[in-house]
Design a binder for this molecule. Structure first.
Ligand code: GLN
Length: 503
């Protein structure tokens, strides 16, 4: 089995006909078959569909000659709709849901020549930090199978880390692309809010959600972003800003680029190995000519409570649609249901409510229920002002902190933090303690609350085996600077080349 490495190599091999797209695709499928039993990274593998598409590329090489992803096998997080292919959001609620349309990001990848080989496991409705909330079982970290891969795009990150595919899509509401990328030793990018269409993304929290790439290296993430970014008539929240050529931003030259370091924020709760790797990474960037400056983000310490108020409020509203009527799952009738169901046909409201209740009780897992209850509470009359409104006000203060750091005199071009305060923890270690679980997001949620772009790039290992990620947050629509910095760092380090033992 040849292990697919990087996007450019695969595309070149397919273009020059050194390898057929079908051959590349079969390799990826063979790797899924070999590795997925241990990783549980895929909910669905679309063997026949993938091979048929690869054969179509091989049959018509002229048409695909300039396609940026011609013949590149990819995986799609299972909360992005794929026409005719089961899209579950890792929930019983959507276990048999087959969407009648493609997410814009999926359609754009396929128009660029990518071959979707399957749908990746994630936390249910993208709620979690460890991928343990999937209705289909946890994903395992390819670097240590008894550990979590991070969440919620854990399947996508694990599949890229295990070199099953060189590129996957994830979604990021509070860190779900960046945190699993860090914990699996791959690159993950959350674009600016509005940069990438969410049409066909199963909504979690609509003012925070973004779709983005996970890849083995920065260059590939840049190619993928170029393909998926840009306005979309089907998503009114997309921006019309022109999409730059992200590849040309990767000059290796970061001389004079100013990186802000919020030292005070990092004083507590950061694992010593993570702190060491983080500061060593800053030294690498400094030795390339970037300058380091201290910045203050005084309100960032409120980011976790603000995030878990805003996101649960929005989630409780977004998830109201799963009622047993409009989507697949409906709780099977129990004995008392016979008359209740008959009554429903007569328009009996109480029994309709009972059906909703049973469907939601059986269809959603415990974390999703916790979020719906919390979100409903913070939006309820009497508490709205105290919680939801207050959270939105503090959200504005967090945004102002970032704007101040970027736009003041001698403002910085990027702000650096570790992606996660800790490396991957053991499966089961935090499941009974939601607060501990939420704290894993302490450095990632601010980028969602502010809408700013952020990237995670591998920057070392803890205890020799567990990957650590460096996070860089940038100005709105300044993905080019983030990619340039991350790529420059990658050029001077070998972390991205390390492969987990299982690969
Ligand atoms: N861990 C965060 C949450 O549980 C982030 C989830 C995400 O980004 N989808 O909400």
């Amino acid at each position: 089995m040849d292990s697919p490495q990087v996007v450019a190599d695969i595309r070149e091999a397919v273009r020059s006909r050194a390898r057929s797209a079908t051959d590349v695709c079969r390799d990826a499928l063979a790797r899924v078959a070999a590795l997925n039993p241990a990783l549980n990274a895929f909910n669905t593998v679309v063997t026949d569909r993938a091979i048929a598409r690869a054969e179509a590329i091989d049959r018509d090489p002229d048409r695909w000659r300039d396609a940026p992803l011609a013949g590149v096998p990819v995986a799609i997080k299972d909360n992005l709709c794929t026409r005719g292919v089961r899209t579950t959001a890792s929930s019983r609620m959507l276990e048999h849901y087959s969407p009648p349309y493609d997410a814009t990001t999926v359609a754009r990848l396929e128009s660029a020549g990518a071959i979707v080989i399957g749908k990746t496991n994630c936390d249910e409705f993208a709620m979690g930090s460890s991928n343990e909330n999937s209705a289909f079982g946890p994903v395992r970290n390819p670097w240590a199978l008894d550990r979590i891969p991070g969440g919620t795009s854990g399947g996508s990150a694990a599949a890229v880390a295990a070199r099953i595919i060189p590129l996957a899509l994830g979604s990021d509401t509070g860190g779900s692309i960046r945190q699993p990328s860090a914990m699996c030793g791959v690159v993950g990018l959350k674009p600016t809010y509005g940069r990438v269409s969410r049409y066909g993304l199963i909504a979690h929290a609509s003012s925070l959600d973004q779709v983005g790439p996970i890849a083995t290296r920065v260059r590939d993430a840049a190619v993928a972003l170029g393909v998926i970014a840009g306005g979309d008539g089907a998503d009114a929240t997309t921006a019309s800003e022109a999409v730059p050529d992200y590849g040309s931003a990767l000059t290796g030259n970061v001389r004079g680029t100013r990186i802000g370091v919020p030292r005070r924020l990092l004083e507590q709760g950061v694992d010593p190995d993570v702190a060491r790797a983080f500061f060593a990474a800053l030294d690498v960037l400094a030795s390339r000519g970037a300058t380091l400056t201290d910045v203050e983000l005084p309100h960032a310490r409120y980011a976790i409570p603000v995030y878990y108020l805003v996101s649960t409020a929005e989630a409780s509203s977004n998830l109201a649609r799963y009622d047993g009527v409009r989507y697949g799952f409906r709780a099977k009738g129990s004995r008392e249901d016979g008359p209740a169901r008959a009554a429903r046909a007569d328009g009996d409201e109480a029994s309709l409510q009972a059906m909703y209740g049973r469907t939601r009780a059986c269809g959603f897992g415990p974390e999703v229920k916790r979020r719906i209850m919390l979100g409903t509470y913070v939006l309820s009359a009497g508490y709205y002002d105290a919680y939801y409104l207050k959270a939105q006000q503090v959200r504005t203060l967090i945004l102002r902190d970032y704007e101040q750091a970027f736009d003041c005199e001698r403002g910085v071009d990027a702000i650096a933090m570790p992606t996660s305060p800790v490396p991957a923890f053991k499966i089961g270690e935090r499941v009974d303690d939601p607060l501990q679980m939420y704290l894993a997001d302490v450095f990632t949620v601010s980028a969602n609350l502010t809408g700013l772009p952020a990237i995670s790039v591998p920057c070392g290992f803890s205890a020799g085996t567990l990957p650590i990620g460096l996070q860089l947050t940038g100005r709105r629509f300044d993905e080019p600077s983030l990619l340039r910095l991350a790529d420059a760092y990658e050029r001077d380090t070998e972390w991205w080349k390390q492969q987990p033992p299982i690969a």
